[in-house]
Structure formats: C-alpha cells, structure tokens
Write a protein that binds this ligand. Structure first.
Ligand SMILES: [Fe+2]
Length: 131
C-alpha cells in the first residue's frame, strides 16, 4: 500500500494557477513519502521546510484570487489556512524526524489535511467562482 497521493481529476478546481500549485504540494508530500525511512534527517527536514514555504505561498495566491472575486467565504477559508500554518510551524522537526513513527504520523496529518482541504474546502470556492 502506498502512502502517496495519487493525483486525478477529482482534485481539479478548474482554476489553472491553483491546480498547478496543488499538484506541486502533492509532489512535495509524495517526495516526503519516498524519503521517510530512507533519507537522513536533514534531507527530511529540507522537504518539510519546502512544504511549509510552498504552502504559505500557495495560500496567499488562493486568498488573493478569493479577495479579487469578492468571495464571501474568504475569512473562513483564510482561518482554515492559518490554522494549518500554525500547526505545521509548531512541529518540532528535530524530534519528529528522529523517529520514523512520528514522521509517518506527521505525513498522515499533512496528507489528510491537504486532500480534504482541496477536495472539500477549495472546491466550495471553485464552484462559486465558476457559477
Ligand atoms: Fe485553500
């Protein structure tokens, strides 16, 4: 069984910039799956740092598109992003990445949050934008 995210059309929002960035986030998470249990702690840390930075960059892009379109759900959506960022900034990577079990726990959280966010929360916006 693979822990990777398989990208398929169900992930597409129809907003090309957002879809390209979501695909990149999925690729970073999948590279973390490949690395856990194989790569050294610094390599793992680099991938998680990359994910943190790219996620924040991506959230700014999404929030900008939402603001420009006058999306009524912006504040709520921004809160979801902020809670995720707060959570990942709290991760003590030196502790987590020293344990393969904890690394997998973190991976499952990241994967679960991201897939649910794209499939449910981002889709809610995409449907309204295209209405
Ligand atoms: Fe979002």
């Amino acid at each position: 069984m693979t822990a990777k995210i398989t990208w398929d059309s169900s992930f597409e929002t129809g907003i090309s910039e957002v879809d390209a960035q979501h695909l990149r986030l999925v690729e970073i998470i999948n590279s973390l799956v490949d690395a856990i249990g194989h790569a050294d702690k610094n390599t793992l840390k680099g991938i998680v740092e990359q994910l943190k930075e790219y996620a924040q960059y991506h959230f700014r892009t999404e929030e900008k598109i939402m603001a420009e379109s006058g999306y009524a759900g912006l504040a709520e959506h921004r809160d979801e992003h902020a809670m995720f960022v707060d959570q990942i900034l709290l991760f003590d990577l030196d502790v987590i990445l020293a344990s393969e079990g904890l690394a997998w726990d973190m991976l499952h959280f990241l994967r679960g949050w991201l897939t649910n966010h794209i499939l449910v929360v981002d889709k809610r916006f995409a449907v309204q934008l295209q209405a």
